[in-house]
Design a protein around this ligand. Structure first.
Ligand code: SF4
Ligand code: SF4
Length: 110
């Protein structure tokens, strides 16, 4: 059986990183939370027109899950894209802050 890449916490416990694999841009509302939380150079906010997605603006709702719309944009003309997927360290912080849960992660076969 193929094992997955694992790391250690500072306390010595084993953990399995899960690396970003995909953003569902049809669900993404372009809020920028993932970009802000990521310590690496993975994300880039782009014009929705530039993304190759099949969506419908009417599908977007203003669901301010974190009640912090003053801080984050809700401009659905923008969408998040993956600029440098190979820089991901697999922390899953982006998944945790995404109110749309439209970011997918996978462990890496070691
Ligand atoms: S898993 Fe962590 S390092 Fe990877 S894209 Fe998300 S926030 Fe950045
Ligand atoms: S946190 Fe989620 S909804 Fe917000 S920009 Fe990132 S992928 Fe899109």
């Amino acid at each position: 059986m193929m094992a997955n890449l694992t790391g250690l916490t500072r306390g010595g416990d084993e953990w399995t990183p899960a690396f970003i694999s995909e953003i569902n841009q049809g669900e993404c509302i372009g809020c920028g939370r993932c970009f802000k939380v990521c310590s690496r150079d993975v994300f880039e906010l782009i014009e929705r027109d530039e993304a190759l997605i099949d969506d419908n603006e009417d599908d977007f709702e203003d669901d301010d899950f974190y009640d912090d719309d003053d801080e984050f944009s809700d401009d659905t003309s923008m969408v998040m894209s993956l600029k440098n997927i190979m820089d991901c360290i697999g922390c899953e912080a982006c998944y945790r802050v995404c109110s749309k849960k439209c970011i997918s992660h996978v462990p890496l076969a070691a």
